[in-house]
Design a protein around this ligand. Sequence first.
Ligand SMILES: Cc1ncc(COP(=O)(O)O)c(C=O)c1O
Length: 349
Amino acid sequence: MDRYRAQSPLHFHGDSELSDGVVDLAVNVRTMPPPEWLATPIRATLSDLSRYPDQSDARAAVAGRHHRSPEEVLLTAGAAQAFTLIAHAFTPRRPMVVHPQFTEPEAALVAAGHTVARHILVEENGFRLDPAGVPDDADLIVVGNPTNPTSVLHRADAIASLARPGRLLVVDEAFADTIAGEPESLSQRRDIDGLIVIRSLTKTWGLAGLRIGYLLAAPVLIDRLAAHQPLWPVSSPALAAAVACSSPQALAAERAIAAELTVDRDHMLGALSKIPGVRVAGAPASSFVLMRVDGGERVRSRLRDAGYAVRRGSTFPGLGTDWLRIAVRTPSVIDPFIEALASVITGLE
Ligand SMILES: Cc1ncc(COP(=O)(O)O)c(C=O)c1O
């Protein structure tokens, strides 16, 4: 993480847990190299970098993928840029973030001068959203689906029911493509007033360094957000990635990856359930699992000594130091990790 962003716990992210030589279970980005159908068009842009980027093909491709029009798409330098745009484009009186979730939406709102309220979901309820519990006066709500770090998938109708006249409903679907068929995605819904859906292409496709994501919303909201974007915000290689990742081939590959992920996650959950003292939060649906263990901070630090980086839960509002987030990886990575975790926990007793 950049040093100038390190002061607030809201700016802490999984990459800060990493150092040379540790096994990365802290960052929820797939670590496989991009497939050829994706790498080739990205590489092809390198011979033509003297031209300023032209977004038209990428916008049309993303729109087609979600059955929307290009006017409903705003391409961004990763999903992260979307939070900053929202924070600067609108002037909500009572913005509210549903936690625990990715902290950047709140950080961006605070940095833009907003006073942000928090609506905290609790473990007793599986960290699930109860729309009836969300205060009526919130005029901008941010919710993640599936949610990082809880891995909980909220029902689309529960989220949609939060829409109200005069309210912006921001749904961070950065991890929606980790679930085959995206059953609870709102990305195609044009009938929900004030809905802004945020998507990322950096997770499943391992493109965190390339920075590519997008927003889907009504054209009037897109225009307002676009006015706050810097000139040429998305590079030509990132635009090529957006086109490739929107193709039928990409969608089929995405489904296959999501299916493999389910198998790996079930394997991981089975192994975690056998470790006394470990409790997994909710019903994990995405590419990471949130677990609780007494002495979590010491467990994290000893795992690190054993060569494994896991994501601390303490910087997420609503969680504490006993919570740890672990990326789903293949059994060849997870099995030795489970052994290390069991031995660290035994060593603490
Ligand atoms: C829930 C969530 N949303 C958005 C982002 C930002 O993703 P991107 O790499 O597309 O900026 C992250 C990154 O970790 C995330 O966890």
